[in-house]
Design a protein around this ligand. Sequence first.
Ligand SMILES: C[S@@+](CC[C@H](N)C(=O)[O-])C[C@H]1O[C@@H](n2cnc3c(N)ncnc32)[C@H](O)[C@@H]1O
Length: 266
Amino acid sequence: MKRYFEAEKGNRTHWDELAEVHAESYDYEELIKGGHVLDAIQTGEVGEVRNRSLLHLQCHIGTDTLSWARLGADVTGVDISPVSLREAQKLAAKAGLTARFIESSVYDLAGKLDGTFDIVYTSIGVLCWLSDLKAWARIIRKYLKPGGFFYLMESHPFMHVFDDESDGLNVRYPYFPGEAPMEWPADYPDYSDSDYIVKSPSWEWQWSISDILNALIENGLKIDFFHEHSVIPWKALPCMIKDDNGFWRLPEGMDNLPLMFSLRAH
Ligand SMILES: C[S@@+](CC[C@H](N)C(=O)[O-])C[C@H]1O[C@@H](n2cnc3c(N)ncnc32)[C@H](O)[C@@H]1O
Protein backbone atom coordinates (compact mmCIF):
# COMPACT_ATOMS: atom_id res chain seq x y z
CA MET A 1 0.00 0.00 0.00
CA LYS A 2 1.31 3.48 -0.67
CA ARG A 3 0.84 6.92 0.78
CA TYR A 4 -0.80 9.64 -1.35
CA PHE A 5 0.71 12.88 -0.04
CA GLU A 6 -1.27 15.24 -2.30
CA ALA A 7 -4.58 13.61 -1.38
CA GLU A 8 -3.65 13.77 2.30
CA LYS A 9 -2.89 17.49 1.97
CA GLY A 10 -6.20 18.06 0.17
CA ASN A 11 -8.06 16.16 2.89
CA ARG A 12 -6.43 18.29 5.58
CA THR A 13 -7.75 21.43 3.84
CA HIS A 14 -11.16 19.76 3.58
CA TRP A 15 -11.26 18.94 7.31
CA ASP A 16 -9.91 22.36 8.30
CA GLU A 17 -12.87 23.83 6.42
CA LEU A 18 -15.40 21.52 8.07
CA ALA A 19 -14.04 21.80 11.61
CA GLU A 20 -15.54 25.25 12.15
CA VAL A 21 -18.83 24.15 10.62
CA HIS A 22 -18.96 21.12 12.92
CA ALA A 23 -18.04 23.19 15.97
CA GLU A 24 -21.35 24.98 15.31
CA SER A 25 -23.47 22.00 14.20
CA TYR A 26 -22.35 18.88 16.16
CA ASP A 27 -24.60 18.18 19.10
CA TYR A 28 -22.31 18.24 22.15
CA GLU A 29 -24.55 20.05 24.61
CA GLU A 30 -24.38 17.06 26.98
CA LEU A 31 -20.61 17.38 27.16
CA ILE A 32 -20.88 21.00 28.29
CA LYS A 33 -23.56 20.05 30.81
CA GLY A 34 -21.32 17.44 32.45
CA GLY A 35 -22.29 14.32 30.50
CA HIS A 36 -20.89 12.69 27.37
CA VAL A 37 -21.96 12.10 23.75
CA LEU A 38 -20.92 8.49 23.22
CA ASP A 39 -23.55 5.96 22.20
CA ALA A 40 -24.44 2.91 24.26
CA ILE A 41 -22.84 0.47 21.79
CA GLN A 42 -19.41 2.00 22.28
CA THR A 43 -19.59 2.55 26.03
CA GLY A 44 -20.85 -1.02 26.45
CA GLU A 45 -18.20 -2.60 24.24
CA VAL A 46 -15.24 -0.53 25.44
CA GLY A 47 -16.23 -0.90 29.08
CA GLU A 48 -14.64 0.84 32.08
CA VAL A 49 -12.06 3.49 31.12
CA ARG A 50 -11.52 5.19 34.48
CA ASN A 51 -7.78 5.89 35.08
CA ARG A 52 -6.84 4.21 31.81
CA SER A 53 -4.77 5.94 29.14
CA LEU A 54 -6.59 6.26 25.82
CA LEU A 55 -5.16 7.29 22.45
CA HIS A 56 -7.83 8.52 20.02
CA LEU A 57 -6.75 8.43 16.36
CA GLN A 58 -8.50 10.91 14.00
CA CYS A 59 -10.26 12.70 16.85
CA HIS A 60 -11.65 15.63 14.76
CA ILE A 61 -13.10 18.34 17.07
CA GLY A 62 -12.68 16.09 20.09
CA THR A 63 -16.29 15.35 21.02
CA ASP A 64 -15.62 11.62 21.51
CA THR A 65 -12.13 12.16 22.98
CA LEU A 66 -13.57 14.48 25.61
CA SER A 67 -16.43 12.09 26.28
CA TRP A 68 -13.90 9.39 27.22
CA ALA A 69 -12.19 11.99 29.41
CA ARG A 70 -15.55 12.65 31.08
CA LEU A 71 -15.78 8.92 31.81
CA GLY A 72 -12.42 9.09 33.56
CA ALA A 73 -9.84 8.22 30.89
CA ASP A 74 -6.53 10.05 30.50
CA VAL A 75 -6.94 11.02 26.84
CA THR A 76 -4.70 11.95 23.92
CA GLY A 77 -6.36 12.90 20.62
CA VAL A 78 -4.55 12.93 17.27
CA ASP A 79 -5.69 14.55 14.04
CA ILE A 80 -4.14 15.90 10.85
CA SER A 81 -6.34 19.02 10.88
CA PRO A 82 -5.02 21.92 13.01
CA VAL A 83 -8.38 23.72 12.90
CA SER A 84 -10.12 20.58 14.24
CA LEU A 85 -7.68 20.51 17.15
CA ARG A 86 -8.13 24.19 17.86
CA GLU A 87 -11.88 23.56 18.13
CA ALA A 88 -11.18 20.50 20.32
CA GLN A 89 -9.13 22.66 22.72
CA LYS A 90 -11.93 25.24 22.88
CA LEU A 91 -14.45 22.50 23.61
CA ALA A 92 -12.22 21.03 26.34
CA ALA A 93 -12.14 24.45 28.02
CA LYS A 94 -15.94 24.85 27.73
CA ALA A 95 -16.52 21.38 29.16
CA GLY A 96 -13.91 21.83 31.89
CA LEU A 97 -11.99 18.73 30.80
CA THR A 98 -8.30 17.98 30.38
CA ALA A 99 -6.98 16.39 27.20
CA ARG A 100 -3.80 16.38 25.15
CA PHE A 101 -4.19 16.99 21.41
CA ILE A 102 -1.47 16.29 18.85
CA GLU A 103 -1.47 17.50 15.25
CA SER A 104 -0.19 14.69 13.08
CA SER A 105 -1.08 12.41 10.24
CA VAL A 106 -1.63 8.93 11.69
CA TYR A 107 1.39 7.74 9.70
CA ASP A 108 3.77 10.36 11.17
CA LEU A 109 2.81 9.87 14.79
CA ALA A 110 5.91 7.88 15.76
CA GLY A 111 8.02 11.06 15.43
CA LYS A 112 5.68 13.10 17.64
CA LEU A 113 4.38 10.88 20.42
CA ASP A 114 6.18 8.58 22.87
CA GLY A 115 4.72 6.00 25.19
CA THR A 116 2.07 3.31 25.05
CA PHE A 117 -1.63 3.29 25.95
CA ASP A 118 -4.16 0.99 27.63
CA ILE A 119 -6.64 1.70 24.84
CA VAL A 120 -6.16 2.80 21.24
CA TYR A 121 -9.53 3.99 19.92
CA THR A 122 -10.93 5.29 16.63
CA SER A 123 -14.47 5.54 15.33
CA ILE A 124 -16.92 6.48 12.60
CA GLY A 125 -15.79 8.07 9.39
CA VAL A 126 -12.09 7.33 9.80
CA LEU A 127 -10.90 4.52 7.50
CA CYS A 128 -12.01 6.17 4.25
CA TRP A 129 -9.37 8.88 4.84
CA LEU A 130 -6.51 6.39 5.01
CA SER A 131 -4.53 5.22 1.97
CA ASP A 132 -2.44 2.64 3.83
CA LEU A 133 -4.19 0.38 6.33
CA LYS A 134 -1.06 -1.67 6.94
CA ALA A 135 0.83 1.41 8.14
CA TRP A 136 -2.24 2.35 10.22
CA ALA A 137 -2.26 -1.08 11.90
CA ARG A 138 1.50 -0.80 12.62
CA ILE A 139 0.84 2.48 14.46
CA ILE A 140 -1.94 0.88 16.50
CA ARG A 141 0.35 -1.97 17.49
CA LYS A 142 3.20 0.39 18.34
CA TYR A 143 1.06 2.40 20.78
CA LEU A 144 -0.69 -0.48 22.52
CA LYS A 145 0.53 -1.45 25.97
CA PRO A 146 0.89 -5.18 26.55
CA GLY A 147 -2.52 -6.14 27.97
CA GLY A 148 -4.16 -3.13 26.30
CA PHE A 149 -6.70 -3.24 23.48
CA PHE A 150 -7.66 -1.55 20.23
CA TYR A 151 -11.30 -0.61 19.62
CA LEU A 152 -12.83 0.45 16.30
CA MET A 153 -16.42 1.29 15.40
CA GLU A 154 -16.93 2.20 11.75
CA SER A 155 -19.56 2.34 9.01
CA HIS A 156 -19.86 -1.04 7.29
CA PRO A 157 -18.12 -1.18 3.87
CA PHE A 158 -21.14 -3.10 2.53
CA MET A 159 -23.31 -0.01 3.06
CA HIS A 160 -21.00 2.13 0.93
CA VAL A 161 -21.94 0.30 -2.28
CA PHE A 162 -25.36 1.98 -2.26
CA ASP A 163 -26.19 5.22 -4.06
CA ASP A 164 -26.47 7.97 -1.44
CA GLU A 165 -28.33 10.31 -3.81
CA SER A 166 -31.31 8.15 -4.78
CA ASP A 167 -34.10 6.59 -2.76
CA GLY A 168 -34.07 2.86 -1.95
CA LEU A 169 -31.05 0.57 -2.17
CA ASN A 170 -29.39 0.97 -5.55
CA VAL A 171 -25.87 -0.40 -6.02
CA ARG A 172 -23.63 2.38 -7.38
CA TYR A 173 -20.10 1.89 -6.01
CA PRO A 174 -17.70 -1.10 -5.95
CA TYR A 175 -17.29 -3.09 -2.76
CA PHE A 176 -13.75 -4.20 -3.59
CA PRO A 177 -11.49 -1.16 -3.79
CA GLY A 178 -9.00 -0.06 -6.36
CA GLU A 179 -5.74 1.34 -4.95
CA ALA A 180 -6.33 4.91 -6.12
CA PRO A 181 -8.62 7.17 -4.08
CA MET A 182 -11.98 8.36 -5.30
CA GLU A 183 -12.08 12.14 -5.68
CA TRP A 184 -15.22 13.86 -4.38
CA PRO A 185 -15.61 17.28 -5.93
CA ALA A 186 -16.95 20.01 -3.64
CA ASP A 187 -20.45 21.54 -3.78
CA TYR A 188 -22.52 19.10 -1.75
CA PRO A 189 -24.27 19.68 1.60
CA ASP A 190 -22.24 18.84 4.71
CA TYR A 191 -23.41 15.75 6.61
CA SER A 192 -23.77 17.65 9.86
CA ASP A 193 -25.10 21.00 8.59
CA SER A 194 -27.09 20.44 5.40
CA ASP A 195 -27.34 24.22 4.82
CA TYR A 196 -23.56 24.39 4.46
CA ILE A 197 -22.21 23.60 0.99
CA VAL A 198 -18.73 22.05 1.16
CA LYS A 199 -16.17 24.10 -0.79
CA SER A 200 -13.07 21.90 -0.85
CA PRO A 201 -12.75 18.51 -2.58
CA SER A 202 -11.75 15.35 -0.75
CA TRP A 203 -10.14 12.00 -1.58
CA GLU A 204 -11.44 8.78 -0.08
CA TRP A 205 -10.59 5.08 -0.06
CA GLN A 206 -13.06 2.23 0.20
CA TRP A 207 -11.83 -0.75 2.22
CA SER A 208 -13.40 -4.20 2.33
CA ILE A 209 -13.95 -6.03 5.62
CA SER A 210 -11.11 -8.42 4.74
CA ASP A 211 -8.71 -5.50 4.07
CA ILE A 212 -9.45 -4.11 7.53
CA LEU A 213 -9.20 -7.41 9.40
CA ASN A 214 -6.10 -8.57 7.53
CA ALA A 215 -4.24 -5.30 8.14
CA LEU A 216 -4.70 -5.87 11.89
CA ILE A 217 -4.03 -9.62 11.81
CA GLU A 218 -0.88 -9.22 9.69
CA ASN A 219 0.46 -6.77 12.27
CA GLY A 220 0.06 -9.28 15.10
CA LEU A 221 -3.23 -8.09 16.56
CA LYS A 222 -5.66 -10.75 17.78
CA ILE A 223 -9.36 -10.04 17.26
CA ASP A 224 -11.40 -10.40 20.49
CA PHE A 225 -14.76 -9.70 18.83
CA PHE A 226 -16.22 -8.45 15.57
CA HIS A 227 -19.84 -7.24 15.65
CA GLU A 228 -22.15 -6.00 12.88
CA HIS A 229 -24.93 -3.50 13.58
CA SER A 230 -28.10 -2.54 11.68
CA VAL A 231 -27.94 1.10 12.87
CA ILE A 232 -25.66 4.06 12.14
CA PRO A 233 -25.28 7.50 13.81
CA TRP A 234 -26.04 9.65 10.75
CA LYS A 235 -28.44 9.62 7.81
CA ALA A 236 -26.10 7.85 5.40
CA LEU A 237 -28.79 7.05 2.80
CA PRO A 238 -31.88 9.12 1.92
CA CYS A 239 -34.31 6.30 2.82
CA MET A 240 -33.04 5.95 6.42
CA ILE A 241 -35.24 6.73 9.40
CA LYS A 242 -34.28 7.77 12.93
CA ASP A 243 -35.02 5.40 15.79
CA ASP A 244 -35.82 6.21 19.44
CA ASN A 245 -32.15 5.89 20.44
CA GLY A 246 -31.00 8.56 17.99
CA PHE A 247 -29.54 6.05 15.51
CA TRP A 248 -30.55 5.85 11.84
CA ARG A 249 -31.75 2.57 10.30
CA LEU A 250 -33.20 1.27 7.03
CA PRO A 251 -37.00 1.19 6.71
CA GLU A 252 -38.88 -1.94 7.76
CA GLY A 253 -38.55 -4.72 5.23
CA MET A 254 -34.99 -3.81 4.24
CA ASP A 255 -33.56 -3.24 7.72
CA ASN A 256 -31.81 -6.60 7.99
CA LEU A 257 -28.54 -5.30 6.52
CA PRO A 258 -25.27 -4.27 8.22
CA LEU A 259 -24.67 -0.51 8.48
CA MET A 260 -21.83 -0.46 11.04
CA PHE A 261 -19.30 -2.82 12.56
CA SER A 262 -17.25 -2.73 15.72
CA LEU A 263 -14.25 -4.75 16.81
CA ARG A 264 -11.83 -5.12 19.67
CA ALA A 265 -8.33 -6.54 19.30
CA HIS A 266 -5.28 -6.95 21.50
C1 LIG B 1 -15.21 12.07 10.29
S1 LIG B 1 -13.90 12.78 11.17
C2 LIG B 1 -13.64 11.82 12.62
C3 LIG B 1 -14.68 11.06 13.11
C4 LIG B 1 -15.26 11.41 14.44
N1 LIG B 1 -16.02 10.27 14.79
C5 LIG B 1 -16.14 12.64 14.39
O1 LIG B 1 -17.14 12.66 13.66
O2 LIG B 1 -15.87 13.59 15.08
C6 LIG B 1 -12.44 12.30 10.28
C7 LIG B 1 -11.16 12.94 10.85
O3 LIG B 1 -10.04 12.26 10.29
C8 LIG B 1 -8.99 13.21 10.18
N2 LIG B 1 -7.96 12.68 9.27
C9 LIG B 1 -8.07 12.45 7.94
N3 LIG B 1 -6.93 11.91 7.47
C10 LIG B 1 -6.07 11.79 8.53
C11 LIG B 1 -4.75 11.31 8.68
N4 LIG B 1 -4.05 10.82 7.65
N5 LIG B 1 -4.18 11.34 9.92
C12 LIG B 1 -4.87 11.86 10.98
N6 LIG B 1 -6.14 12.34 10.89
C13 LIG B 1 -6.73 12.30 9.68
C14 LIG B 1 -9.70 14.45 9.69
O4 LIG B 1 -8.93 15.62 9.89
C15 LIG B 1 -10.99 14.42 10.49
O5 LIG B 1 -10.89 15.21 11.64
